[in-house]
Design a protein around this ligand. Structure first.
Ligand code: ADP
Ligand code: MG
Length: 242
């Protein structure tokens, strides 16, 4: 089997005496979408932030394309193709949509940047129509689209997404997952963390269920979704109508 694009081995993350992540191990194969699902506080953001270099692990190893990035800072990882869509969207609200996208494309040669931004306007017409408006004027779902478009402009080899559906109305969540499906179809490699386990597993190839900082179940997403015990224990029934 080919070497995974991302390999996380025995990862632990602590904040003072709080051990938020304990001995987490998983791989992300190139071209696949892998999801980590779990409740609020399970350790999802801690794992993704450790991979992107925003949080320093207390233990373990993270390999990206075979190279040890365990202690590499996030600004050094972006040019290497590892890009995070941050939790809570975090678009620059006072800057225009166009300026936000230019930020995302700043590592590309100038001519490529303009073409890449045009491509995003075609893919997300609402961003094109409103390009001259402040990003803060967009709805929550549109801001999430902008955050994803901005991350994709860097032409990442690995995209990390932290709860892209958080705080969005169900209809808008549909739009966000449609965008994730498109990214998936483009054969980009994605690590997605979500509280919305059912939706995330429907979008993913493989899933890991995280509870109190540890992976408790792993498998092909379809198998996890088909497992009644898992649905009972982790996915609940309350989300079925989403
Ligand atoms: N900066 C921090 N300082 C102290 N504790 C933190 C910090 N960030 C997260 N935690 C704690 O670590 C645990 C995991 O948090 P987090 O990784 O944010 O989980 P999730 O993203 O799954 O909600 C929680 O108990 C949370 O309170
Ligand atoms: Mg989180």
């Amino acid at each position: 089997m080919a070497e995974p694009l991302l390999s996380v081995k025995d990862l632990s993350v602590s904040y003072g005496r709080v051990e938020a992540v304990r001995g987490v191990t998983f791989d992300v194969a190139a071209g696949s979408l892998v999801t980590l699902v779990g409740a609020n506080g399970a350790g999802k953001s801690s794992i993704i932030n450790a991979v992107s270099g925003l949080v320093r692990p207390s233990h373990g190893t993270i390999l990206f394309d075979g190279q040890d990035i365990t202690r590499t800072k996030s600004h050094r990882l972006v040019p290497r193709g590892l890009v995070q869509v941050p939790e809570g969207r975090q678009v620059l609200a006072t800057m225009t949509i166009a300026e936000n996208l230019q930020m995302g494309a700043r590592t590309l040669p100038r001519r490529d940047a303009a073409a890449a931004i045009d491509e995003m306007y075609q893919r997300f017409p609402v961003l094109g129509e409103r390009r001259a408006l402040p990003a803060g004027s967009l709805s929550g779902g549109e801001q999430q689209m902008l955050a994803i478009a901005r991350a994709m402009l860097a032409r990442p080899r690995l995209v990390l997404m932290d709860e892209p559906s958080m705080g969005l109305a169900p209809k808008i969540v549909d739009g966000v997952f449609a965008v994730i499906d498109e990214i998936r179809a483009s054969r980009a490699t994605v690590l997605l963390v979500e509280q919305n386990a059912r939706r995330a597993l429907q979008a993913a190839d493989e899933g890991h269920i995280l509870q109190n900082g540890e992976i408790v179940r792993s498998g092909a997403s379809a198998d996890l979704l088909a497992d009644d015990d898992i649905i009972q224990a982790y996915l609940g029934t309350g989300r079925a109508k989403e």
